[in-house]
Design a binder for this molecule. Sequence first.
Ligand code: APR
Ligand code: ZN
Ligand code: ZN
Length: 413
Amino acid sequence: MEEEKGEKGKAGKNNRPPSIKLPGKGDTHSAANTITCKAAVVYGPGQPLVIQDVLVDPPKKMEVRIRILYTSICHTDLGAWLGTNEAQRAYPRILGHEASGVVESVGEGVTELKAGDHAVPIFNGECGSCDYCKSDKTNLCEKYRVNPLKSVMVNDGKCRFRSKEGGKPIFHFLNTSTFSEYTVLDSACVVKIDPTAPLRQMALLSCCIATGVGAVCNTAKVQPGSTVAVFGLGAVGLAVVEGARSRGASKIIGVDVNPDKLTKGQTMGVTHFVNPKELEKPVHEVIREMTGGGVEYSFECAGNLDVVREAFLSTHDGWGLTVVLGVHATPAMLPLHPMELFDGRRIVGSVFGDFKGKSQLPRLAQDCMRGVARLDEFITHQLPFEKINEAFQLLVRGKSLRCLLHLSSPQLN
Ligand code: APR
Ligand code: ZN
Ligand code: ZN
């Protein structure tokens, strides 16, 4: 934890967010302009990200251009950077999906957002008018749902990013591409946020907080007094812990192979910590012993198939529920025999915490402001955008929960 303090201390002194002039409420949008700005571009699996000038096209019909002020790195960015899933490889590409910023301009037909609005990008969009958006059974939108294979805009199948030298297209990522001073998104993937909410913290709403808290409150609907096991205590897992704590869970068992996660886990509300590496038997047997037959809810937040199985078997037969949040590389199949489902244990996946982003995220932001999730606890490090490769390494080495990158002022053409 020494290193964390050091990095944080440094951030406080030198890495203060830049003072910038934000577009004012009355500013007309500059939709005719192409913007030149800095972005972090990936050219191949695991290659260091290159900070370079890119051209960002104006937003087209039903699109929005946002100035990103803060962005952080999630494990899903790591997977895309490493090219873990071959089908998802597309280079050069601008990754990033956890961020906050200010609307710079809007394209034709966008009425609910305007220049100057505080905004959070969402990788799982909501158009509001398709059969899926109108249904209360799902938060997946027909056109704008999360799709890791998508690397271009829905409108015309083209990129809004180009390299400054040569004009070569640069691919998008997860509907968002936030590792850039400016990015273009479908308006279905932009949420307007209360301007009094701190943008610095709001960045976390666009993935880890919504995913973790929503899995507890919307997907599992954890009941007060119940028992919970959380596998993987990264930012997603700890957001699950925050949700379980706020719902009044009586026992929250944190499971992680990294012993450093114990202290942070306890701060966040983990009542018991289990390190599978220190056990002589499978972790599910230990959890069943600790809870008189198994927990009521388990959450898989590690993105590991063996962990999915352990999480499933850790729940009580008859009524246990496992929620899978981790992203898994292909080829991968659920490691269960169908007959195991006859023991009454259920397993479901949860995307973006089952929140309908555009309509429900503003409420989550308010809930967070009144303490449902302590957002600052998740920001263990801060660095300027230029040090994005350092920030990747902090996550790879299990040193950070979230390293918040702040972006500096670009030039307009
Ligand atoms: N058993 C228990 N914990 C594990 C195991 C394992 N076999 N393998 C990894 N972990 C722990 C890591 O030590 C780490 O603390 O899982 C945690 C994962 O945390 P992060 O890398 O910080 O990832 P995070 O951003 O929280 O995302 C978690 O959710 O959104 C998805 O793609 C994302 O699959 C990833 C997961
Ligand atoms: Zn994420
Ligand atoms: Zn829709």
